[in-house]
Design a protein around this ligand. Sequence first.
Ligand SMILES: O=C(O)CCC(=O)C(=O)O
Length: 231
Amino acid sequence: MDSPDSLFDEGLAASPTPSDIAVVGDMEPTSSCAPPIPGLFFTPSLLLPLELADQITEFCLKHYFNQPGVNQIMLFGAASDSTPGLLAFIKHQPLVKFTPFFPRTPTHARQAILNLYHPGEGITPHVDLLKRFGDGIVGLSLGSSCVMQFTRVEEADDNVRLKQLFLPERTMIVLSGDAHYAWTHGIEKRTTDLVGDAKTFRIVERGVRLSITFRWLLASEDVVGLEVTKL
Ligand SMILES: O=C(O)CCC(=O)C(=O)O
């Protein structure tokens, strides 16, 4: 969000002081280079145009998150060639060729989950419902950055195998294959993230983050509404 209250820019500390480091405790700096997980596609330089990002964020806040306590909305859309606004942008991004999200002849309904996170909030590591969604999800970060964490399903308790990726606002991530099914993804509840490498890093304050995650539904799943086209 490009609001005067956004903490994204003001939160950058050029060189963290020892007390900054104490504040972030045991966090490890995270880079915005995708960790080597098969099926994870991320290009940090690929940004949603600012105007489109602001427009979508404003629309969602006004129409979907206009009551206290609401932090998740699900939208559904029937199989269609129609790709308005946001979907039109996504459709033309090279990353999307790694998912069957835009087949030549659309036959599957689509779903968008909108999640709103305030600083300090996150999402428990999970694998998406296997029986409901097809492979290949597309996620967008709007309004604020965050660090997404990935853990191999069969080693879910082993922090050594934890991989992390810094998702700046307006970036897009694609999870397919192993990244979608053999790894959990989640966001730790934090108000700050440590970004960079072990020698050069900065502290980034989290602001209010809206994520939009697009999935497509398997044939057996019913379509519950048609609203996804409003994005
Ligand atoms: O906020 C995000 O980027 C992730 C959302 C997510 O994993 C979900 O809704 O299942």
